[in-house]
Design a binder for this molecule. Structure first.
Ligand SMILES: NC(=O)c1ccc[n+]([C@@H]2O[C@H](COP(=O)([O-])OP(=O)(O)OC[C@H]3O[C@@H](n4cnc5c(N)ncnc54)[C@H](O)[C@@H]3O)[C@@H](O)[C@H]2O)c1
Length: 342
């Protein structure tokens, strides 16, 4: 038996004993998609704070016909499916369902947010071994994916997990698997600069490069506000303070509310939308930069053109010699960490 269908609106299921509940497959994907194989589907693996925040934002934005939530905790997964489904009425999204890992074999994009979250005082590097094991188990359980599926890794340490996933998931092009990289950090940078300068953040341009962690840096030589170089608008001291605030943001939030999730939830929607709508948007994500930045065997945050094929091209920018050195130093640090967990 495949399991019975579960209507998230029905209360009866809540009254069933736990033993029976755990045997019920929540809205089996296969059964609910008869004749709908062309519909856009997003799978979200890990329905904790980040996964559910993304799902909520994606549902409101109507990014896909169906969102499939997958978590090792069936209770958590079911709770999120129910809660989100009750808000479908105000969105253009067709369905939110719970699924198995094998349901990833027929989706457009898989967003991986499963794993342990950063604890107060813990660096992202501390999480590495724990989350590489989780990533490996997920890859095994997903099985063979559709050739056009894109995989977006969010779990930390994102550069290492994106690299592991890129190397171990079998898809036609390596660019189909990448991580959120420094997209969140860049979003924070643009917001903080916009506040400092009293302009809209969409007029603030620039990128955080590197780790998505302690060795990341702002490429100040390229940052600008509507074509005006940032260096002409900010003093060296102000730039240093903005960079520090950007880098410390995650720690500051975690200290106050244990985890960061709304910001990243929306940033993921921007990346997913760039993929599903083939927008060719240049976003700073974790990918292997290759010849563009002279880094061949590690994923790191660099700008890249994001379209239906995932990372379609690494966007080469003329970093200064000093910035290039910072990028190489950051990559060397990540490689050193990765060596320990292989
Ligand atoms: N890339 C970024 O910019 C960024 C930003 C914020 C958080 N994160 C990372 O995202 C991840 C999730 O954070 P969170 O706050 O949602 O954590 P969380 O603890 O709230 O949720 C993690 C979820 O993953 C599930 N899970 C664990 N192992 C699993 C497995 N093998 N398969 C499926 N599900 C599994 C858990 O049951 C839980 O529901 C963390 O690694 C965190 O550091 C990344």
């Amino acid at each position: 038996m495949d399991g019975i269908n579960f209507d998230p609106g029905s209360i009866f299921l809540l009254d069933l004993p736990h033993k029976i509940k755990s045997k019920i497959k929540v809205m089996k994907n296969k059964k609910n998609n008869v004749g709908a194989s062309r519909q856009t589907r997003i799978a979200v693996i890990g329905t904790g704070m980040v996964g559910s925040s993304f799902a909520y934002a994606a549902m409101i934005k109507g990014l896909a016909a169906e969102l499939i939530l997958i978590d090792v905790s069936e209770e958590r997964e079911m709770g999120e499916v129910m809660d989100l489904s009750h808000g479908l009425i105000g969105t253009e999204t067709g369905k939110v369902s719970g699924g198995d890992f094998s349901d990833c074999q027929d989706v457009d994009i898989i967003v991986i947010t499963a794993g342990a979250a950063q604890k107060p005082g813990e660096t992202r590097l501390d999480l590495v071994s724990k989350n590489v094991k989780i990533m490996d188990s997920i890859i095994k359980k997903m099985g063979k994916l559709r050739d056009d599926t894109v995989v977006l890794v969010v779990s930390n340490p994102v550069y290492i997990l994106a690299y592991v996933a890129r190397e171990r998931i079998k898809l036609p092009n390596k660019g189909q698997v990448f991580g959120t990289g420094t997209a969140l950090d860049t979003s924070r940078l643009r917001y903080i600069m916009s506040q400092k300068l009293g302009v809209n953040l969409h007029n603030v341009h620039g990128y955080v490069f590197g780790e998505h962690g302690d060795s990341e840096f702002v490429a100040w030589s390229l940052a600008n506000v509507s074509s005006m170089p940032a260096k002409k608008l900010l003093t060296a001291k102000q730039m240093k303070a903005i960079e520090k605030q950007t880098m410390r943001a995650a720690y500051e939030i975690i200290q106050r509310k244990r985890a960061t999730y709304y910001g990243i939830g929306v940033v993921i929607t921007e990346i997913v939308e760039a993929v599903l709508h083939d927008k060719k948007m240049i976003l700073p994500v974790s990918t292997v930069p290759g010849a563009a930045y002279g880094i061949k065997d590690m994923s790191i945050g660099v700008p890249a053109v994001i379209g239906r094929g995932g990372v379609e091209k690494v966007w080469k920018l003329p970093l200064t010699a000093g910035e290039m050195k910072q990028l190489k130093t950051s990559a060397a640090l990540l490689k050193k960490t990765f060596k320990g967990v292989k």
